[in-house]
Design a binder for this molecule. Structure first.
Ligand SMILES: C[S@@+](CC[C@H](N)C(=O)[O-])C[C@H]1O[C@@H](n2cnc3c(N)ncnc32)[C@H](O)[C@@H]1O
Length: 251
Protein backbone atom coordinates (compact mmCIF):
# COMPACT_ATOMS: atom_id res chain seq x y z
CA UNK A 1 0.00 0.00 0.00
CA UNK A 2 1.31 3.46 -0.92
CA UNK A 3 0.03 5.80 1.81
CA UNK A 4 1.20 8.84 -0.15
CA UNK A 5 -1.15 8.15 -3.10
CA UNK A 6 -4.29 10.28 -3.47
CA UNK A 7 -6.35 7.12 -3.96
CA UNK A 8 -5.18 5.69 -0.62
CA UNK A 9 -5.69 8.99 1.18
CA UNK A 10 -9.23 9.44 -0.18
CA UNK A 11 -10.21 5.88 0.81
CA UNK A 12 -8.63 6.30 4.23
CA UNK A 13 -10.47 9.59 4.80
CA UNK A 14 -13.81 7.98 3.91
CA UNK A 15 -13.20 5.16 6.37
CA UNK A 16 -11.80 7.42 9.14
CA UNK A 17 -13.50 10.83 8.90
CA UNK A 18 -12.37 11.64 12.47
CA UNK A 19 -8.73 11.63 11.26
CA UNK A 20 -9.22 14.22 8.52
CA UNK A 21 -8.83 17.27 10.74
CA UNK A 22 -5.67 16.00 12.56
CA UNK A 23 -4.15 15.15 9.17
CA UNK A 24 -4.92 18.61 7.78
CA UNK A 25 -3.29 20.11 10.87
CA UNK A 26 -0.16 18.00 10.25
CA UNK A 27 -0.21 18.97 6.58
CA UNK A 28 -0.26 22.69 7.32
CA UNK A 29 2.46 22.29 9.96
CA UNK A 30 4.52 20.31 7.44
CA UNK A 31 4.28 23.12 4.88
CA UNK A 32 5.13 25.78 7.45
CA UNK A 33 8.11 23.88 8.89
CA UNK A 34 9.51 22.94 5.48
CA UNK A 35 9.73 26.64 4.66
CA UNK A 36 11.39 27.49 7.95
CA UNK A 37 13.98 24.69 8.27
CA UNK A 38 17.09 23.85 6.24
CA UNK A 39 17.31 20.08 6.55
CA UNK A 40 15.45 17.03 7.79
CA UNK A 41 16.94 17.04 11.29
CA UNK A 42 15.97 20.68 11.86
CA UNK A 43 12.50 19.93 10.45
CA UNK A 44 11.97 16.91 12.69
CA UNK A 45 13.31 18.72 15.74
CA UNK A 46 10.62 21.35 15.15
CA UNK A 47 7.97 18.61 14.80
CA UNK A 48 9.08 17.18 18.15
CA UNK A 49 9.01 20.61 19.78
CA UNK A 50 5.43 21.13 18.66
CA UNK A 51 4.33 17.58 19.62
CA UNK A 52 6.12 17.58 22.99
CA UNK A 53 4.42 20.84 23.95
CA UNK A 54 1.10 18.95 23.73
CA UNK A 55 2.22 15.67 25.36
CA UNK A 56 5.64 14.01 25.60
CA UNK A 57 4.09 10.54 25.63
CA UNK A 58 2.07 11.27 22.50
CA UNK A 59 5.15 12.85 20.89
CA UNK A 60 6.94 9.48 21.02
CA UNK A 61 3.89 7.78 19.53
CA UNK A 62 1.82 6.58 22.52
CA UNK A 63 -1.85 7.50 22.55
CA UNK A 64 -2.22 6.71 26.28
CA UNK A 65 -0.01 6.19 29.33
CA UNK A 66 -0.90 2.47 29.27
CA UNK A 67 0.43 2.23 25.68
CA UNK A 68 3.57 4.16 26.69
CA UNK A 69 4.24 1.61 29.47
CA UNK A 70 3.44 -1.34 27.19
CA UNK A 71 5.65 -0.18 24.29
CA UNK A 72 8.58 0.42 26.61
CA UNK A 73 8.18 -3.01 28.20
CA UNK A 74 7.98 -4.67 24.77
CA UNK A 75 11.32 -3.16 23.70
CA UNK A 76 12.97 -4.03 27.01
CA UNK A 77 11.74 -7.63 27.19
CA UNK A 78 12.85 -8.26 23.61
CA UNK A 79 16.43 -7.12 24.19
CA UNK A 80 16.73 -8.98 27.51
CA UNK A 81 15.46 -12.14 25.78
CA UNK A 82 18.21 -11.59 23.22
CA UNK A 83 20.96 -11.40 25.82
CA UNK A 84 21.15 -7.80 27.07
CA UNK A 85 22.80 -8.02 30.48
CA UNK A 86 23.49 -5.48 33.23
CA UNK A 87 27.20 -5.08 32.49
CA UNK A 88 26.53 -4.18 28.85
CA UNK A 89 27.01 -0.63 27.60
CA UNK A 90 24.02 0.49 25.59
CA UNK A 91 23.49 3.36 23.15
CA UNK A 92 19.89 4.33 22.40
CA UNK A 93 19.49 6.48 19.29
CA UNK A 94 16.37 8.65 19.45
CA UNK A 95 15.70 7.82 23.12
CA UNK A 96 12.69 10.14 23.34
CA UNK A 97 11.29 10.55 26.85
CA UNK A 98 12.71 7.15 27.90
CA UNK A 99 9.64 5.05 27.18
CA UNK A 100 11.97 2.02 27.12
CA UNK A 101 15.06 3.88 28.33
CA UNK A 102 13.77 4.06 31.92
CA UNK A 103 13.74 0.23 32.03
CA UNK A 104 17.18 -0.09 30.44
CA UNK A 105 18.56 2.51 32.85
CA UNK A 106 17.19 0.62 35.85
CA UNK A 107 18.54 -2.71 34.58
CA UNK A 108 22.02 -1.75 33.38
CA UNK A 109 24.91 -1.03 35.72
CA UNK A 110 25.06 2.69 36.63
CA UNK A 111 26.49 4.85 33.86
CA UNK A 112 26.06 2.21 31.14
CA UNK A 113 23.10 3.80 29.33
CA UNK A 114 23.66 6.52 26.70
CA UNK A 115 20.61 8.15 25.14
CA UNK A 116 20.83 10.52 22.16
CA UNK A 117 18.13 12.61 20.60
CA UNK A 118 17.87 15.51 18.16
CA UNK A 119 15.13 17.10 20.27
CA UNK A 120 16.14 19.11 23.37
CA UNK A 121 12.45 19.31 24.30
CA UNK A 122 12.03 15.55 24.50
CA UNK A 123 15.31 15.26 26.45
CA UNK A 124 13.88 17.64 29.07
CA UNK A 125 10.86 15.33 29.23
CA UNK A 126 13.32 12.42 29.57
CA UNK A 127 14.81 14.09 32.65
CA UNK A 128 11.30 14.30 34.10
CA UNK A 129 10.91 10.55 33.51
CA UNK A 130 14.14 9.96 35.44
CA UNK A 131 12.77 11.95 38.37
CA UNK A 132 9.32 10.28 38.27
CA UNK A 133 10.93 6.84 38.35
CA UNK A 134 13.64 7.69 40.89
CA UNK A 135 16.47 6.79 38.53
CA UNK A 136 18.89 9.64 39.28
CA UNK A 137 21.47 7.36 40.94
CA UNK A 138 21.70 5.18 37.80
CA UNK A 139 23.60 8.09 36.19
CA UNK A 140 22.41 7.76 32.57
CA UNK A 141 23.98 9.93 29.86
CA UNK A 142 21.43 11.96 27.88
CA UNK A 143 22.82 14.00 24.99
CA UNK A 144 21.29 16.23 22.33
CA UNK A 145 22.79 15.68 18.84
CA UNK A 146 22.60 17.35 15.42
CA UNK A 147 23.61 14.28 13.41
CA UNK A 148 24.30 10.57 13.71
CA UNK A 149 28.09 10.62 13.35
CA UNK A 150 28.69 9.83 17.05
CA UNK A 151 31.88 11.89 16.86
CA UNK A 152 31.98 12.48 20.64
CA UNK A 153 31.81 8.77 21.51
CA UNK A 154 34.79 6.38 21.73
CA UNK A 155 35.65 3.49 19.39
CA UNK A 156 34.32 -0.04 20.08
CA UNK A 157 32.44 1.05 23.21
CA UNK A 158 28.89 -0.31 22.97
CA UNK A 159 27.62 -3.87 23.28
CA UNK A 160 24.13 -2.92 22.17
CA UNK A 161 22.78 -0.07 20.05
CA UNK A 162 19.01 0.39 19.87
CA UNK A 163 16.76 2.65 17.80
CA UNK A 164 13.02 2.15 18.10
CA UNK A 165 10.70 4.10 15.81
CA UNK A 166 13.47 6.45 14.65
CA UNK A 167 14.19 5.30 11.09
CA UNK A 168 10.42 5.25 10.52
CA UNK A 169 10.82 9.05 10.71
CA UNK A 170 14.07 9.30 8.77
CA UNK A 171 14.94 9.80 5.10
CA UNK A 172 17.51 7.42 3.65
CA UNK A 173 20.39 9.92 3.94
CA UNK A 174 19.97 9.99 7.75
CA UNK A 175 20.03 6.18 7.93
CA UNK A 176 23.03 6.15 5.59
CA UNK A 177 24.89 8.56 7.88
CA UNK A 178 24.10 6.36 10.88
CA UNK A 179 25.30 3.17 9.13
CA UNK A 180 28.48 4.93 8.00
CA UNK A 181 29.46 5.71 11.59
CA UNK A 182 27.74 3.28 13.95
CA UNK A 183 30.18 0.40 13.36
CA UNK A 184 33.02 2.48 14.83
CA UNK A 185 31.33 2.86 18.24
CA UNK A 186 30.12 -0.76 18.42
CA UNK A 187 32.23 -3.51 19.97
CA UNK A 188 33.21 -6.12 17.35
CA UNK A 189 30.65 -8.57 18.81
CA UNK A 190 28.04 -5.87 19.47
CA UNK A 191 24.67 -5.59 17.77
CA UNK A 192 22.41 -2.78 16.61
CA UNK A 193 18.64 -3.30 16.49
CA UNK A 194 16.36 -0.82 14.80
CA UNK A 195 12.72 -0.77 13.77
CA UNK A 196 11.38 0.58 10.50
CA UNK A 197 8.08 0.90 8.70
CA UNK A 198 8.20 -1.94 6.20
CA UNK A 199 6.57 -1.94 2.80
CA UNK A 200 6.55 -4.80 0.34
CA UNK A 201 5.55 -2.40 -2.42
CA UNK A 202 6.78 1.00 -3.56
CA UNK A 203 8.85 2.93 -1.01
CA UNK A 204 7.13 6.15 -0.02
CA UNK A 205 6.72 8.77 2.67
CA UNK A 206 3.85 10.66 4.26
CA UNK A 207 4.75 14.34 4.70
CA UNK A 208 8.37 14.48 5.95
CA UNK A 209 7.30 12.54 9.03
CA UNK A 210 6.78 8.90 8.10
CA UNK A 211 9.00 6.82 5.78
CA UNK A 212 8.28 3.33 4.44
CA UNK A 213 11.17 1.14 3.27
CA UNK A 214 11.63 -2.27 1.72
CA UNK A 215 13.77 -4.59 3.85
CA UNK A 216 16.22 -5.20 0.99
CA UNK A 217 16.91 -1.46 0.67
CA UNK A 218 18.09 -1.25 4.29
CA UNK A 219 20.01 -4.53 4.12
CA UNK A 220 21.84 -3.33 0.96
CA UNK A 221 22.59 0.04 2.57
CA UNK A 222 24.11 -1.67 5.62
CA UNK A 223 26.16 -3.89 3.32
CA UNK A 224 27.71 -0.81 1.68
CA UNK A 225 29.09 0.14 5.11
CA UNK A 226 30.48 -3.32 5.90
CA UNK A 227 27.61 -4.17 8.19
CA UNK A 228 25.59 -7.38 8.08
CA UNK A 229 21.87 -6.84 8.46
CA UNK A 230 19.21 -9.48 9.13
CA UNK A 231 15.44 -9.27 9.41
CA UNK A 232 14.23 -10.33 12.89
CA UNK A 233 11.21 -12.67 12.40
CA UNK A 234 10.56 -13.16 16.14
CA UNK A 235 9.81 -9.43 16.53
CA UNK A 236 6.89 -9.92 14.11
CA UNK A 237 5.26 -12.27 16.65
CA UNK A 238 4.77 -9.29 18.96
CA UNK A 239 2.41 -7.76 16.40
CA UNK A 240 4.00 -4.33 16.53
CA UNK A 241 3.26 -2.29 13.40
CA UNK A 242 6.96 -1.82 12.61
CA UNK A 243 9.51 -4.48 11.69
CA UNK A 244 12.99 -4.97 13.10
CA UNK A 245 16.45 -5.46 11.59
CA UNK A 246 19.63 -6.41 13.46
CA UNK A 247 22.97 -5.08 12.25
CA UNK A 248 26.39 -6.46 13.22
CA UNK A 249 29.93 -5.51 12.24
CA UNK A 250 31.41 -7.63 9.48
CA UNK A 251 34.41 -9.60 10.73
C1 LIG B 1 8.72 8.00 17.83
S1 LIG B 1 9.93 8.66 18.89
C2 LIG B 1 10.49 7.17 19.70
C3 LIG B 1 11.31 7.45 20.95
C4 LIG B 1 11.87 6.21 21.64
N1 LIG B 1 12.78 5.51 20.78
C5 LIG B 1 10.74 5.33 22.09
O1 LIG B 1 10.58 4.24 21.56
O2 LIG B 1 9.99 5.78 22.95
C6 LIG B 1 11.29 9.05 17.80
C7 LIG B 1 12.41 9.77 18.52
O3 LIG B 1 13.55 9.79 17.67
C8 LIG B 1 14.09 11.09 17.67
N2 LIG B 1 14.79 11.25 16.38
C9 LIG B 1 14.25 11.37 15.15
N3 LIG B 1 15.22 11.46 14.22
C10 LIG B 1 16.40 11.38 14.89
C11 LIG B 1 17.77 11.40 14.49
N4 LIG B 1 18.12 11.54 13.20
N5 LIG B 1 18.72 11.30 15.44
C12 LIG B 1 18.38 11.15 16.75
N6 LIG B 1 17.11 11.14 17.19
C13 LIG B 1 16.12 11.23 16.27
C14 LIG B 1 12.90 12.01 17.87
O4 LIG B 1 13.27 13.28 18.35
C15 LIG B 1 12.07 11.20 18.86
O5 LIG B 1 12.43 11.45 20.19
Amino acid sequence: MDRSSLYHQARYALRHPDRIFPHLRRLSRDTWLRLRTDDHVAYYRAVMKSDTARSAEAAVGSKSHERWIKLGQMQFDYLVRHGLSPEHRMLEIGCGNLRAGRLFIDYLDPGNYYGLDISPDILVAAQETLVTHGLQNRLPHLTPVRDLRFGFLPDAHFDVVHAHSVFSHSPLEVIDECFRHVGRVMKPEGWFDFTYDRTEGKEHQVLREDFYYRTETLVALADRHDLDAVFMPDWENLRHKQSKIRVTRRA
